[in-house]
Design a protein around this ligand. Sequence first.
Ligand SMILES: [Zn+2]
Length: 784
Amino acid sequence: MKNCFLTLLFITGLSVPVWAQTQNNPESNHGNKFEQLGTIIQDPNMYRSASGAPGPRYWQQRADYEIDVALDDEKQRITGSETVTYYNNSPDPLTYIWLQLDENEHNPKSDNQKFDESSMKDKMSIADVQAIMGHNQDLGVKIQKLTDGSGKALKYTINQTMLRIELPKTLKPGERFKFKVNWNYTISDRMTIGGRGGYEYFAEDGNYLYTIAQWYPRLAVYSDFQGWQNKQFTGRGEFALTFGNFKVNITVPADHVVGATGECQNYSKILTPAQYKRWNQAKSATSPIEIVTLAEVKQTMKSKSQKQKTWTYVASNVRDFAFVSSRRIVWDAMGTNVEGKKVMAMSYYGPEAYPLYNRYSTKVVAHTLKSYSKHSIAYPYPVAISVEAANGMEYPMICFNYGRAEKDGTYSEATKYGMIGVIIHEVGHNFFPMIVNSDERQWTWMDEGLNTFLQYLAEQEWDNNYPSQRGPAHKIADYMRLPKDQLEPIMTNSENIVRFGPNAYAKPATALNILRETVMGRELFDYAFKQYARRWAFKHPTPADFFRTMEDASAVDLDWFWRGWFYGIDPVDIAISNVKYYRLDTKNPEVENLEAKVTREKTEYNIGRERNRQEGTKFAVEQDTSLQDFYNKWDRFAVTPASRSAFNEFYAGLTPEEKALYDSKTNFYEVEFTNLGGLVMPLILEWTYADGSKETERISAYIWRKNEQKITKVFAKAKEVKSLRLDPYRETGDIEENNNAWPAEYTPSKFELFKQKTTPRGSSTGPNPMQQNSQKPTQNQVGQ
Ligand SMILES: [Zn+2]
């Protein structure tokens, strides 16, 4: 999802920071940041190989669903019945299984209704007050019936958002179990109490927009690495789900338009003949075709049908199913070719979003599928849908985004780019985690971070001037320089992250961008990243699988990078702390004597001598010249024939190699770098020479491995150096750039000049309504 809708902060529960446990040699200046990850990541085994690929005995569970669901537009209720077939592909016999009941996050009895900190403020919104008082609505899932395949009741227990079914007999490896659930719930008002699914009510026309998500009892993941993933749903950490096939019949008012995960099986019966014709035209269209037009929607919105229609959808190998339903939806579509396969890119939006969505949405969907397919795996599903719902949340083949125009059809630049960004982001989630199915409830970065990284690439491929907010290295600096009690490692459970957006989206996206552009290079990075996507498509990867694959496929040891960026909270702040300049002693008296003279004049200078001369002191040796001898006239720096011939002899005695070095007149610069931030990074140096030319030099982060705090390095340069700059392209996320230059550079700051007013003690400085009231209104103020 797009995190900007989450405003609640969660308390961190970590008492011993993860990074403290990862110190290998804490008393020393080295042996910490470059130690291999071995001890802090999970061991490889038969299910997960040391290469980062699925192991020879890799397994995963499967759940197939047949669901009938009815939407009640009068009472805003969902009523469903499902038949689930669960396949135990694990080597373990199972005596119970766990289902997720995410809608119970709104049940007043759930812990998450009360476990956030709160405090009173001078100004509080209605939402702020409601968050404290709670809602008194009868929300949450009602299980009406739960039986096995033959209709025999099953024992079950509900623990908040999780439901445990006790199996009538042990489900052995290789066996399957069929069960049926009937349930219903009151749909919540997503705009006031929040939630992933819900309704939005449009008072101006009395219609509802339903975005139905996380709505049916669905199988939690049972895995080789943690057994059941049955951590409670709190509204924050998203989900971990099992792949399977779906057949879903959705019954809604006859004048609603439905969009859903999968392919609709009965458009020919549901749509009007004209709409069905447009649907077929859209398949080969080169720009989006409106299947349900704005004119049709405006007509439909005027009345409410009392009839019902059932839309039938089928989806294969998906981890979830969501849908949208409303009578105020324009629907457009365009067949798009993605890596040789036809995909229907589609959009659903209300009249208020028409100016933006009609122009952009479906084309952004198509662009996203192509960009992500190039950087990860080819998009495997037949459709991809973007729905305007003043939201940002993703499901397989369908996602809910934002972007509404003003009443006059205009919109701001921020709305436009925010919309394009959110569509790329949510459509992009099809790849991570809908296909590369990591555990979102545990690790937010594995889907949000990887997805935000690919979002950045897609944005930059959309427009070279795209104002991307997450991805460029220098944009993470503000977050990284925060006090450490506001930070936690990327490797932190979703629930315990204080600043969710920067931690789980921007920092991992930035880290991957730095890996690609600076540490590994595009070629090595792209190959390894695609390898990860290919290996784990339609499977359940863990962080170790990602870390290992990136190294295994590239021959780049990245343990220091994972340690610094993913397990630590140190920022990057490397300073050029000293530069020393050395040249070869020429031994040539013509050169050296002159220099020695200048040096002596400098070192022997003293203020007393200067003032004595200025005052016209009569020096004894001048008043009485008989006091002067040889030494008063001797020039100690004069070049003598003896010194000249000694030099000639020295030069003639040099070997050809020595002569070449001597003649090169090389300049040597010993540069000291101090690691003030803690995070080790490569050194990127820009040398500017006295003749104005420039040279960029790159040194691997390994230079820090024997001293993580301070290092010196000598550089030999044929030309004399005028200045040196560290990280000239701003690619490391350095939080303090003022110490990156030699000689030091100063950026001027501005200050404002104002007229000081002195006010008598006790007089008020704020506005004075009494005084303002007594003034006669000017012409302009009348009638305002
Ligand atoms: Zn997201």
